[in-house]
Design a protein around this ligand. Structure first.
Ligand SMILES: [Zn+2]
Length: 548
């Protein structure tokens, strides 16, 4: 049976700016284009890509959103400003929350553009606000919320289903089933950012028909090389130690899920009588506070057992009260946006807490380069830290944990991939380049249910071959590339054969990749010989086990 012809293009590079375009060419001459996410690039080195017009908005037939994070949604209002007028699909929960986040993003656009003009003075004319509040209002009118597991036909021959995902409340995995009479269908599954469980929800088992479906799957890999054992569960112990020392505690949290999850932790501690009565819990950040209210009303129907996630006696802060935070001498726990302490009220709190001997600043998320969180972690005690042009001496204790991450570890990602029995192609995205490559190799070793693996970004797409194939490297790759029909412009073509030139290029890329890998291993080996040896032995043992 002939297969439908489909293309997938990746528009992201590493961990932000997530976006895929799926193009389906039907035999009757109709071409459908579905965009899955259009996220904002947050990494400083890729931020200029936000200002590149890489899509014709009038040519897109539908947009599907995996979840409410700006690095997956932040460029959608830009497309609307440029003329996009079709529907934007998301889960019902995402639809309830997305408005506040997009308006907040619109507010930051002027500042972002200003920052870009400063970074690239020679091209300053290129950087203007990408969109305004009025564009967000238009965007929200196009949004349509769909329940999990409800399949709807979004375009003739394209069905959409949202599947549960506990990355954040309302997150989903997106299934697009593309079909045409008497032709083999193409089923695309996008994991979005993925996690099995969080404080408010847990991913239930997926039905057999879905798990047995022939899939072309795109999987995130943010923590694709982080093992469960690498993540220490220390948050509660750190906080309890803080209480013992009567420290004032400042916690930087993302507005959605992280802030509410931390509040739920404090509620549990409060229920167990672990919070000294003199402590006051304060919450700050308009977006975080409005999301707390949003969570309350969503959990009312989505998961009533968690609707009372707030501890008792929480004080919502504003501009005035935050300035007087230490005036009454009451010990405080302040949970505030932003997660990396770069924006929002955190800018006011950090200097106040940093100079105090008896203060604890706790980070609960990733601290990217060039952020305040990174600066604080890198500075030694008594060293000076520059904040907004003013110098402060670091006296406070700074701690961090990865246990609150909303991304799956390597084991969890492999478990997710292992749930599906018939993956024709697995595209790995949303990870640093090295992580994507390493995780790709893990999939090759560990997942017999995956036929082919590719690494997705807008510039490259490498390919590997699954373990157990006999023959030399070149034939392996030829067979593999031919069956996937890989192109060199990071566009994947399903349903056609690759040209010999494309194959030669693939082989060359594969050689370079292997060489790089060898060099990296050699460097790593020098650094930590013993650990690598043990790891290698384990991998070999697994390999042999599979062969047998
Ligand atoms: Zn996310």
């Amino acid at each position: 049976m002939k297969a439908l012809k489909g293309y997938v293009t990746a528009y992201h590079n590493e961990v932000t700016g997530s976006s895929f375009l799926v193009v389906i060419e039907r035999p009757d001459g109709i071409t459908n284009r579905v965009l899955v996410d259009k996220g904002y690039f947050q990494e400083p080195k890729y931020r200029y890509l936000n200002y590149v017009d890489d899509l014709d908005p009038e040519n897109i037939d539908a947009i599907v959103v995996t979840h409410n994070h700006i690095d997956h949604t932040g460029l959608i209002p830009k497309l609307v400003r440029q003329g996009y007028r079709n529907k934007i699909y998301m889960t019902e929960i995402t639809q309830e929350l997305i408005g506040d986040f997009l308006y907040d993003s619109a507010e930051q656009q002027e500042e972002n553009a200003w920052d870009m003009r400063w970074r690239y003075p020679n091209e300053a004319h290129k950087f203007n606000a990408l969109y305004y509040a009025e564009d967000v209002t238009k965007t929200l009118k196009l949004c349509e919320g769909i329940a999990y597991r409800k399949t709807i036909e979004i375009l003739p021959g394209i069905k959409l289903t949202f599947w549960e995902n506990a990355h954040i409340l309302g997150a989903s995995m997106v299934l697009l089933q593309c079909y045409y009479a008497n032709m083999k269908p193409l089923n695309f599954l996008f994991t979005g950012d993925f996690k099995f469980a969080n404080s408010f929800t847990r991913v239930p088992m997926f039905p057999k028909w879905f798990r047995n479906m022939e899939l072309i799957m795109f999987c995130e890999s943010t923590y694709g090389t982080t093992k469960r054992e690498d993540i220490k569960q220390c948050f509660r112990a750190n906080i309890l130690e803080g209480f013992e020392r009567r420290q004032d505690i400042l916690i930087g949290a993302f507005a959605q899920d992280r802030m509410q999850g931390i509040l739920y932790d404090f509620k549990l501690m409060q229920d167990e009588g672990l919070i000294p009565p003199e402590y006051q819990i304060c919450v700050d950040g308009p977006l975080g506070i409005s999301t707390c209210y949003g969570y309350r009303s969503i959990l009312e129907w989505y998961n009533p057992t968690r609707k009372d996630f707030m501890p008792k006696g929480v004080r919502f802060m504003d501009t005035k009260s935050r300035d007087q935070i230490f005036e009454k001498g009451i010990p405080k726990i302040v949970i505030t946006t932003s997660g990396m302490l770069n924006n929002g009220p955190a800018k006011v709190y950090v200097p106040k807490f940093l100079v105090r001997e008896n203060a604890l600043i706790h980070l609960v998320g990733y601290a990217a380069e060039e952020t305040m969180a990174r600066k604080l972690l890198d500075a030694k005690r008594d060293e000076t830290v520059k904040i907004g042009g003013v110098v402060f001496q670091k006296k406070a204790v700074i701690k961090t944990t990865r246990e609150k991450t909303s991304h799956a570890t390597e084991e969890e990602l492999l478990e997710l991939i292992g749930m599906f029995n018939n993956i024709k192609f697995l595209g790995i995205n949303h990870g640093n380049t090295d992580v994507k490559n390493d995780f790709g190799e893990d999939v090759v070793m560990e997942c017999p249910n995956v036929e082919q693996v590719g690494i997705m970004d807008r510039e490259h797409m490498y390919s590997f071959y699954r373990l157990g194939f006999k023959g030399d490297a070149n034939t392996r790759l030829t067979v593999k590339a031919r069956s996937a029909g890989l192109l060199n412009d990071s566009r994947l073509v399903f349903g056609r054969e690759a040209t010999s030139e494309e194959l030669r290029e693939r082989i060359q890329m594969e050689k370079e990749r292997k060489q790089k890998r060898r060099e990296k291993d050699a460097r790593k080996g020098k650094k930590n010989g013993k650990r690598n040896k043990q790891k290698g032995a384990k991998k070999k043992a697994r390999k042999n086990k599979k062969r047998n």
